[in-house]
Design a protein around this ligand. Sequence first.
Ligand SMILES: [Zn+2]
Length: 295
Amino acid sequence: MSRQSLMLAIPLVIVLGVFVGLVTAQAIRADDSNPNASAATTTTTLRPVSTSTIPTTFLKPVAATPEANTLNSGLRLPDWQCELQPLNDMSAESQRTFVESGLQCLERIWLPALRDANIVGTVPPVKLVLVENDQPACNNHKTASPTEVAFYCANTVYWPVADESRKDLGAKDWDLYLFLLMHEYGHHVQELTGLSRVADHRQQDAGVDSPTGLLLSRRVELQAQCLAGMAMAAAEQGGALSARKVGHIIDDESNMVEEEVHGSSASNYRWTQAGYRDRATTACNTWTAAPDEVN
Ligand SMILES: [Zn+2]
């Protein structure tokens, strides 16, 4: 999704194609759903948090449609009880420790919820890759570039450390980066529940750039926003985010770049609020929402 405001600079993308989330240089969430988009060139620095090769164990068959996916059925998050490492400056090392700790904290609230619902058993830790130059991702389906704000693809969060928005924003706006990470982790949850795969097939069938394909993209993106809203509420309740920081994030949601892949500012605001307020995935069911609620 793309947004603009502080994020004027941070876009992120998610892609469903292979579950890729990518961000561009315009907003904080710019997910790009076009699996045919760029192909990569140069290489980069790979610093995975986890090198685990343990496969994910699914305990339930994945529903054939996003509407029927278990994710829509009332998962709730516990309070955030986890130490987030501070973002001291925008050096690559400080971003790495901050993002790494953020991902670990998100796993500590989401994985128990997914296990309690018998959706997954064993889950390998999500991987983090710091992007310093353009690099191929997801078997060349997507390219993570330094101008993207963030990018999720196949159990991995790609984090461009030198994106322009990062220079503009600076470390003081770490809350916006945390929310971006919460959104990307939302895509991870969509992947763990099998929802991304089913939604992606449907989008490919419709044509990713067709009106139906773009509507499907917005349902995916806005659901990820709502899941991020849930995590934001958990973080506030656990003391990791102050009420002022939450207000800052929500204000930012109201200033996103309007675009068809991630949805309008009004829609982003609405779904973020829904997750934040109800803190249950039933509030995040964008799949049965009327088209004008996901525009
Ligand atoms: Zn996204």
